[in-house]
Design a protein around this ligand. Structure first.
Ligand code: ADP
Length: 391
């Protein structure tokens, strides 16, 4: 007889991660899996607790996130047909202005979240189709939504608004911020392992294929580099990051580009890929001696340094800097480049600790604690699932 489980579904820009958690203990259990390269060459990898590995290309590369979700659900059916799934926890990109917490999904809430699709057209519909798929596959399970925006909803007004006429703020045009599950996890790690730092002012850099930074004070988000959409702030694998809106007007009036063409340009063809002309993948860029690849990394790290200064100002100082996400956790080169010349703000990196990935990268005598911590968005999804099951 198998125990009962919480299933987590974490849809990123080009990946879908899934994991089982034991409902009773909260521990990761049974299987972890991931579909990568959604949209280009989707590939599924999973490992079951008995060591069995599953690896396959998905039949239909065009099937996008919906295809990835189907593949994950099929994997669960094949590998654990008798597992009792008590809750399915979904990472949902947008909770709108009022959702400050995770929630058990009902038809009314799904309708409310569907109405937010214009805020996140590239992600919200995929997320909700994932919810529908999971409801069909596990009709008796609690479906829990955890929002990327919720962690940031306590931003002070100056970090929540744009300088547009007020009616737009009231209509929901705000600086939402994203990657909230990752920041929530890092805040909980700081609370557990670095309580003094947790109480202070910390900048967290979530550097993955999608990238953003967040200023935490006392574990609460004060400001984020991402704004209304997940294209703002830092340059990313294929996204521009901050872009003068005048550029968009120019593209529309002079190059005749419409919304779809601009979306494709700023979300899929820009960032590290656009600048390097080579790849969106940091490993590929670091391995290349092409000057354009070096420049792409230079632009990436320079923008991180600018935002670091801005977030430190928003926090009124800085006590800690935490690197996380695929690049933040693994790229000693990027971390060193970000911290280079940051002594004026109190950041001094221990080069040897950086090479061996810390987790404490602070040079002796460094005033600002520099850490690299692995994020765990699935762990936050499972935590929320247990909380709702216990309620
Ligand atoms: P996502 O936003 O899709 O979840 P990840 O957090 O997995 O992305 O981060 C993916 C990025 O991390 C890629 O650019 C990848 O090249 C980079 N990365 C992973 N491992 C390393 C490494 N050892 N050195 C440099 N970059 C790395």
């Amino acid at each position: 007889m198998l125990n009962s489980f919480i299933l987590t579904l974490n849809a990123g820009s080009s990946s879908l991660k899934t994991a089982f958690y034991d409902t009773a203990t909260g521990g990761a259990s049974l299987m972890t899996g991931q579909v990568d390269r959604i949209g280009s060459a989707p590939h599924l990898k999973a490992t079951w607790a008995d060591g069995t590995r599953v690896e396959r290309d998905l039949d239909n590369p065009q099937a996008g996130h919906a295809g990835a979700m189907k593949a994950v659900l099929r994997l669960v059916e094949e590998g654990a047909p008798e597992a009792r799934i008590e809750a399915v926890c979904h990472r949902i990109v947008h909770g709108g202005p009022d959702r400050t917490d995770s929630v058990v999904l009902t038809e009314a809430i799904i309708k409310e979240l569907s109405a937010l699709a214009p805020y996140a057209p590239l992600h919200q519909p995929h997320n909700l189709s994932g919810v529908r798929g999971a409801m069909e596959a596990f009709p008796d399970a609690l479906q829990v939504a955890c929002f990327d925006t919720a962690f940031h909803r306590g931003h002070p007004w100056v970090n929540d608004t744009f300088a547009l006429p007020r009616e737009y703020y009231d209509k929901g045009v705000r600086r939402y911020g994203f990657h909230g599950l990752s920041y929530d996890y890092i805040a909980s790690r700081l609370a557990a392992d670095y309580p003094t730092l947790y109480a202070g002012r910390v900048v967290v850099a979530h550097l993955g294929n999608g990238a953003s930074m967040c200023g935490l004070h006392g574990g609460r988000s004060i400001a984020s580099t991402m704004g209304f959409s997940a294209v703002d702030g830092l340059p990313m694998g294929t996204r521009t990051g901050q872009l003068d809106p005048g550029v968009l007007l120019y593209l529309m009036t002079e190059e005749g580009m419409d919304a779809a063409a601009i979306t494709d340009l700023i979300y899929r063809r820009s960032g590290l890929l656009g600048l390097s002309g080579l790849s969106n993948d940091m490993r590929t860029l670091e391995a290349s001696d092409d000057p354009a690849a070096r420049q792409a990394i230079e632009y990436f790290t320079f923008r991180i340094r600018r935002e670091l200064g801005g977030l430190a100002a928003a926090l009124g100082g800085i006590d800690g800097l935490v690197f996380t996400g695929g690049i933040g956790e693994h790229s000693a080169h990027v971390r060193a480049a970000v911290c280079e010349g940051m002594g004026w703000i109190g950041i001094d990196l221990d080069r040897q600790a950086n090479r061996t990935h810390g987790p404490d990268l602070t040079a002796p005598g460094g005033r600002v604690k520099v850490l690299t911590l692995a994020t765990d968005e699935e762990g936050v999804l499972a935590r929320e699932g247990r909380r709702h099951l216990a309620a």
